[in-house]
Design a protein around this ligand. Sequence first.
Ligand SMILES: O=C(O)C1=C[C@@H](OP(=O)(O)O)[C@@H](O)[C@H](O)C1
Ligand SMILES: C=C(OP(=O)(O)O)C(=O)O
Length: 414
Amino acid sequence: MNVLLKRGTIPQKNIKINIGGSKSESNRLLILQASFPNISIENLSDSDDTVVLKKGLETKTGLVDVHHAGTAMRFLTAFFAAKEGAEITLTGSQRMQERPISILVDALKNVGADIEYLKKEGFPPLKIKGKSLSKKEVKINADVSSQYISALMLIAPNLPHGLTIYLEGNITSAPYIEMTLSLLKKIGISGDFSENTITIPSIETILKTEIVVESDWSSASYFYSLVALSDNLEITLSSFSEESRQGDAALAQIYKSLGVETIFDASQKTISLSKKTSELPDSLMLDLSNTPDLAQTIAVTCFGLGIGCKLLGLQTLKIKETDRLAALNIELKKLGANITVDDHSLVLEKSFKINPNSSIETYQDHRMAMAFAPLAMKTNLIIKNAQVVSKSYPMFWEDLQKVGIDCVFENTSK
Ligand SMILES: O=C(O)C1=C[C@@H](OP(=O)(O)O)[C@@H](O)[C@H](O)C1
Ligand SMILES: C=C(OP(=O)(O)O)C(=O)O
């Protein structure tokens, strides 16, 4: 299904959007709830990635297919490895079978896990036989994906001696590790992360705990981009707080430089975004190693605003839903951008021309679809395979229409 996007005529004030629960928080909490059933979760994400993880947790023996969900793949690998009696074949989409997992599998084997590769060494699918994992310490490379580390942290409280994790190399996506620690603390498990060492104690039971998942900041990024690219759009998004567990809350600060003001309302749990007429920089330089999921949104906003950017710390983008650096390079060039990428960075030159009616390929990546959609504030464009958004934000196109973008869907056989 492709979608043709055009700027419509809805008045662009007093728009309220309720964004669903964070998929990162939801997927961590579901893993913890499977071990500690007296956790109750509100505002759980309705994303495909959360649905597949939840379904996977209901399986004791047999096949679990997580499709494109990286967190589900990594968290369930650790979960089943530590679950005595489990016998699982864990697989995913073709792309998931190209996303590396050996760093996590090696760490789990070092603490005693029984995991085999069923196709290519180092990649899913995996055959996992659950066992009691009794080693107390493990070393792990931290510069490829923080999800491997969060996966170990989430099973650590169930291990007979807890777990001390020594991180080696530069730590990428660190706020996601902090998020895992913060949720463990929220359910009463004291853990520590200082320097390169994470320590999580073993625990048998926790007190009854109710947790409300904060809405998804990565999903909010597309509304920041819409406001930045609009003339005077004002949007209120719920439910968010200034004290967020999500690293992508850095948006509020980042988009200040792109002309968007954020006002937090603590009592309503909302953020209100509005366009400020401040002068824009000629070019923006950012290191996004803490917030990799914002890279596509920011690159497209800068292009739409006609300003340049130099985005650094993007080395993990190659192993996400698609090679996001390659995908951005091709699709932004199609729109007329002067862009160069290498293995860890992207440079966009200042330019004002946007080729109209371009057709944007999405490479089975939800964020390619959602990051390019806000350009409809500036020009008509087509987003191919628009259904990809359900990986993290099933209601995205409905919400986009609320802010005054007309969406004309065309069925394709793809
Ligand atoms: O732990 C998480 O919930 C996530 C961690 C990040 O991945 P990496 O640690 O692989 O960068 C992020 O890109 C992903 O969308 C969600
Ligand atoms: C990278 C992402 O997800 P995952 O790695 O969990 O598939 C994402 O949602 O942008």
